[in-house]
Ligand binder design. Sequence first.
Ligand SMILES: Cc1ncc(COP(=O)(O)O)c(C=O)c1O
Length: 362
Amino acid sequence: MKELFLLDPDVVFLNHGSFGACPRPVFETYQRWQRDLEREPVDFIARRLPGLLEEARIALGDFVGADADDLTFVQNAGTGVNIAARAIGLDAGDEVLATDLEYGACNFAWEHVCARADARYVRAPLDELFDHVTERTRVLFVSHITSETGLLLPVERLVARGRELGLVTVVDGAHAPAHAPLDVRALGADFYAGNCHKWLCAPKGAGFLYVNPDLQERVDGAIVSWGYADGGGTFISRTEEQGTRDSAAYLSVPAAIDFVREHDDPARCIELAREARRELCALTAQEPIAPESMVLRMASFRVPDAEEVQRQLWAQHRIEIPAMRPDLLRISVAMYTEREDVDRLLSALARQLDAEHAEQHQ
Ligand SMILES: Cc1ncc(COP(=O)(O)O)c(C=O)c1O
């Protein structure tokens, strides 16, 4: 499986979560689209592209459980969350309620949009989230799988409760497609932003935003362009026609879906991630941060001085693993991750912890 990916074989790559990794055949498809574009740019962009994008949206909609007309390609999940936040039309005094586990860049987006509207962005622990609903709460924002802590949140329950309370529900699904079971239609959120370049292994710059049909009229593209012709255009035209750009990453999504369908083994990845977490917690003598049921293919675990440990794992062992907080490392188990990669982390980490221990006792 490793040979199907373009990753450097000299690196123990345990950070699929940050930016994903694209397999060779999908990357070749991506480059084929780029060559097609350069061969006849006018024919490609003016005549073929709308139909090609529609075909790609149909394949993606089939994969994530949404009608192709209710989702639009965006460069990344962060763009999707921004578009959603701006579409809601917050009023002064409104509140946006989120967990305290949300992704940093999305927190900035909400804080920015709230500040402009004189609204408030309220963050609360998951187990007391709905205690923070007030009569001013308009929006619920939750991750499907969290970034720093790598946890699967009970997003179905959270969205259902949000809807009962009459809130606009926005889900950050940056990590979810091809990672967790996903049926956007059944989930029933108003906005669902996802990435295809993480676990679906599409080339970088392939994300999507689903929008409930009732709210699509309010949604703007990142820029106003030709998609606003004909009396303001449609949700798809406004978000899809964004001037001259390279859409090859979007067009490669069907190839990524085919690749994942053919090669992915979710049960193996989840089992290995959970096993790794148990062994890493035992090695570091730290308690797990959450129940095992919340762990799928990413596991964050406590390590004192994680940032220094991360630097040493890279410098001395060429192990790529992110420090998500000063006390947390996060391992990702992707299609190409093997038991041996986990063993290399365990032995390098054991040596690193021993060295730190010896230093402290000198
Ligand atoms: C939970 C979460 N949301 C949003 C993002 C943003 O993704 P992107 O940089 O592709 O916009 C990430 C990226 O890691 C993430 O983990």
